[in-house]
Ligand binder design. Structure first.
Ligand SMILES: NC(=O)c1ccc[n+]([C@@H]2O[C@H](COP(=O)([O-])OP(=O)(O)OC[C@H]3O[C@@H](n4cnc5c(N)ncnc54)[C@H](OP(=O)(O)O)[C@@H]3O)[C@@H](O)[C@H]2O)c1
Length: 315
């Protein structure tokens, strides 16, 4: 049993982490994240300058803690670049790593995102970055600042990367379910393309599995949950037909939207979501797979999540 300080426990992923960590026998200490507003440039060189006043108080809060899990951040994929976005997704996790070092906390698990790899062909556990919007760029900067803290030997850091996370009553999930019921279900190819998506209960379990290991690598991907474009549509809108679209024309349209998406993050986020459903994205087997980790929730849980409309379990 470890005393685990959990930041972001009031959020969607944090609540699932709290449940999974408590079920694994840990003492979970929910802690509020600091709200930082930081210009990205302030984080180059000596990042500590951007958050120094918060460090002593935060380190004091971590006294006697055996591990820290950070599920706090600004989880808005359509966000514009702002000091709050950079503060929440980059400066805050680095502040936390420095506070861990000062308090002598040996481990930090940080909830990052698969979006840091953007549209690479296959997601993996490398530091190959290709963020496509300000949200993903802020999360990438957070990973890089934590990578630097880990390289300085300050604290053993794990950057855990879940893809889009679904859960009962979650707005993204109910919106996707409504989309699947109302609109023609389109895809490029035969629909057999893999899609990286996750169930909230599996995300909590993955975080607990990372902490259960004596050590974990710097980057850990959420395991592939087995969905293809077709199976995901079938889960949320059983029996509806799939309409194939010409891949070349679709790629041309998405490319044409890119320049506008650069200054209109909601468009870029919508295009990225569409791109994932139209083309899918593969994934390498990762560290959790190699350790024999089994996702606790499978298709019946997906069916249950898809069947609930607007009911909230987590917020
Ligand atoms: N939801 C997804 O599909 C998904 C997918 C991949 C990765 N992620 C990542 O997972 C993390 C949690 O996402 P979530 O969906 O659970 O979000 P959420 O429900 O909005 O919860 C985030 C929590 O972060 C804290 N927070 C809010 N604003 C903050 C700010 N400006 N700076 C620092 N902390 C702030 C709050 O906790 P307190 O009030 O307790 O401090 C809040 O409850 C995010 O970093 C996100 O990038 C999410």
């Amino acid at each position: 049993m470890t005393r685990v300080a959990l930041f972001g426990a009031t959020g969607f992923i944090g609540a699932a982490c709290a449940a999974a960590l408590a079920a694994a026998g840990h003492e979970v200490l929910p802690r509020p994240a600091r709200r930082l507003a930081v210009d990205g440039e302030a984080l180059t060189g000596v990042p500590e300058r951007a958050y120094r006043p918060h460090l002593p108080g935060l380190a004091a809060e971590l006294d006697g803690v055996g591990a820290v899990v950070n599920a706090a951040g600004v989880a808005v994929s359509a966000a514009r670049l702002s000091p709050e976005l950079v503060g929440g997704n980059a400066a805050w996790p680095r502040l936390l790593a420095d506070a861990c070092e000062r308090a002598g906390v040996p481990r930090l698990v940080h909830v990052s995102t698969a979006a840091v790899q953007g549209r690479v062909d296959r997601l993996d556990e490398s530091l190959r970055y290709a963020p496509v919007n300000p949200y993903a760029r802020s999360k990438t900067l957070g990973e890089q600042l934590l990578r630097d803290a880990a390289a300085a030997g300050r604290v053993a850091v794990t950057l855990y990367r879940p893809p889009s996370v679904h859960g009962s009553g979650r707005r993204m999930t109910t919106a996707f379910a409504a989309f699947c019921r109302r609109w023609p279900l389109v895809t490029c190819g035969d629909g057999g393309q893999p899609v990286p998506v996750a169930l909230i209960g599996n995300v909590g379990a993955a975080v607990a599995a990372i902490l259960a290991a004596d050590g974990a690598p710097l980057v850990v991907s959420h395991p592939y949950e087995g969905h293809t474009v077709r199976s995901l549509y079938e889960t949320f809108a059983p029996g509806r037909p799939l309409h194939p679209l010409p891949a070349r024309a679709v790629r041309g349209l998405l490319r044409a939207a890119e320049p506008t998406g650069q200054w209109l993050p909601p468009l870029s986020a919508a295009c990225r979501r569409a791109e994932l459903l139209l083309f899918g994205q593969g994934q390498e087997r990762g560290w959790l797979d190699a350790r024999g980790f089994r996702l606790p929730l499978g298709q019946p849980a997906w069916d249950e999540v898809a069947a609930t409309r607007g009911r909230s379990h987590y917020r």
